[in-house]
Design a protein around this ligand. Structure first.
Ligand SMILES: [Zn+2]
Length: 119
């Protein structure tokens, strides 16, 4: 009986230690003085800011990569933008193409030529 109780207490202690080590809530040690608290919180905020800034940098990089696409809007559905590379368009040979978007909803795909100027 004693061995069982000891085993339960030991399992609980191990679970407690592992659970708190891998917890998603991070404990920020703060000092005894208000200024030490502020410094610790400021350092944590700065670390969080650096993390977010790094995410923004990678997002901006991805956006600039996406910016190399043609982007010409469809003449009837201006929300539909060409996703082919810049400068690809040749009439009757390489038409604009992209996901067809009508009223903010994607409705399949579209391929289109630019409308001919009336002569
Ligand atoms: Zn295009």
């Amino acid at each position: 009986m004693t061995a069982l109780i000891l085993a339960i207490v030991l399992a609980f202690a191990a679970g407690w230690t592992i659970g708190h080590r891998t917890a998603r809530i991070r404990i920020i040690p703060v000092g005894a003085l208000a200024t030490e608290d502020e410094e610790a919180l400021l350092a944590a905020d700065r670390a969080r800011f650096e993390e977010i800034a790094e995410h923004l940098r990678t997002d901006a990089q991805r956006d600039s990569d996406a910016g190399s696409s043609c982007g010409v809007p469809h003449h009837l559905y201006p929300e539909t933008l060409c996703t082919e590379p810049t400068g690809h368009y040749v009439r009757d040979r390489d038409s604009h193409a992209g996901p067809l978007i009508i009223s903010g909803r994607e409705c399949g795909g579209a391929a289109w030529d630019e409308p001919k100027d009336p002569e």
